[in-house]
Design a binder for this molecule. Structure first.
Ligand code: FAD
Length: 397
């Protein structure tokens, strides 16, 4: 079996993979280009399929302290706030799928993963280590870094996000696609809002060519919102691009009073805006002893809230395949073949959700009626059993 893995990228996926591989006795080196492990000051949803893996790598207690469990997912209309459908989360999801559904702050999640990795003697983390090139050798892979260092391992995982250098090294340059949508993101202190304005649920407000998502993070001390609008001519993908709050207000003018109050309470210096990018599903993720995970190989739009969950599942499946097969190349190919169908379904479903959330009348009226009758909440997922019930830990058995 392999003894040393090199992971390029210390985001959610790279750190999760370091922890799953260390559990099966592999020595792991994680290389992160940034000088510190960091994430945007915003929320993230973690569904039971991802939480199952996080529990497996020993994070159950820590997750409980940083996460909040929403009671339900509610789909509402943009102007009047009429409820189109409601899917229970909370205790219902936990009893059906065996694991909770959490809302957490991204900084808390990355801090938890990074600290757990740094406490593990089988994992070494290298910061300010930007990968610039890879070279396959007969029985190893060499990785070169901008700081002049070079490392060799039995295999390499590119967990370096949508602009992956690993991907570029394997298959050349191909820019991600601008999806024609931009996202506004901010958090607002609960104390700055009228009491009971936001209930402990995740709400998706659906309007013409746009939608608005609200939920609590930081144990309900902050309200997180993500506001997605179809827009062209602004195509910067960055977590830290500051937007003009008056533009955000104009984008949601005429929307329900709850949305107006949330935007009004947002700090103008903390309203971030960026273009949403994705890619067509890739034909291959693996070449010899190099593979990829997460956004490096299957970035999706955020409309199923599954991008990080897929990276975390990838981490579990890679470790099982490596543990099961002494032939590393065969193990990495098996990982890819086990994961591709599911991640492609998420990529396609996320696009479908975007289209369905953003319908205009009269198509939106028939969507509302259909979803009201079927109690459907996510068109890309339909019955959530296949999504939340997936067991990444035994996918390779
Ligand atoms: P990244 O998070 O991009 O991490 C890549 C890491 O690699 C970074 O730390 C980067 O600095 C590093 N890196 C890059 N290049 C190099 C290099 N050359 N050398 C060394 N290091 C390098 N997903 C969910 O599951 N639930 C949600 O609720 C959710 N909401 C979302 C909302 C929005 C608005 C968006 C845009 C996305 C959302 N996602 C959600 C998706 C999720 O954020 C991503 O899928 C996830 O962060 C991908 O993780 P990753 O580790 O693959 O990549």
């Amino acid at each position: 079996m392999a003894t040393r893995a090199l992971i390029v990228g210390g985001g959610i996926g790279g750190l999760a993979a370091a922890l799953t591989l260390a559990r099966i006795g592999i020595k792991v080196e994680v290389f992160e280009q940034a000088p510190t492990f960091s994430e945007v000051g915003a929320g993230i949803q973690l569904s039971p399929n991802a939480v199952r893996v996080l529990h497996h790598i020993g994070l159950e207690e820590r997750l409980r302290t940083i996460g909040s469990c929403p009671e339900a997912l509610e789909m509402r209309t943009w102007r009047h706030g009429w409820m189109v459908s409601r899917a229970p989360l909370g205790a219902s999801v936990e009893s059906t799928f065996g694991f909770p559904y959490y809302h957490v702050h991204r900084v808390d999640l990355i801090t938890m993963l990074a600290e757990t990795a740094q406490e593990n003697s089988d994992i070494s983390v290298h910061l300010s280590a930007r990968c610039i090139a890879l070279e396959q050798k007969k029985n190893s892979v060499a990785v070169k870094f901008e700081n002049g260092e070079s490392w060799e391992g039995d295999f390499v995982i590119g967990a370096d996000g949508i602009h992956s250098v690993v991907r570029e090294n394997l298959w050349g340059l191909a820019k991600p696609r601008f999806t024609g949508t931009i996202a506004w993101r901010a958090t607002v202190s609960k104390n700055a809002l009228p009491a009971d304005l936001i209930r402990p649920v995740c709400t998706v407000w659906m309007g013409p060519q746009s939608h608005f998502v609200t939920y609590y993070v930081k144990q309900a001390r902050l309200v997180n919102f993500v506001a997605v609008v179809e827009k062209h001519g602004w195509e910067v993908e960055s977590w830290t691009e500051k937007g003009d709050k008056s533009e955000l207000q104009a984008d949601y003018s005429g929307w329900h009073n709850t949305i107006q109050q949330l935007i009004a309470a947002a700090d103008p210096d903390q309203c971030y805006k960026w273009a949403l990018l994705d890619r067509e599903p890739l034909e291959r993720w693996t070449d010899g002893r190099i593979t990829m995970l997460g956004d490096a190989c299957h970035p999706s739009m955020p409309m199923m809230a599954q991008g990080a969950a897929m990276a975390i599942e990838d981490a579990a499946v890679i470790a099982s395949c490596i543990a099961d097969n002494a032939d590393i190349e065969a193990a990495l190919h098996r990982y890819e073949s086990l994961r591709k169908g599911r991640t492609t379904r998420i990529q396609v479903g996320s696009r479908t959700n975007t289209r369905d959330f953003h319908l205009r009348p009269p198509a939106s009226w028939s969507r509302n009626l259909r979803w009201f009758i079927t109690k459907q909440a996510l068109s890309g997922s339909g019955d959530v059993g296949w999504l939340y019930g997936y067991d990444a830990l035994s996918a390779a058995s």
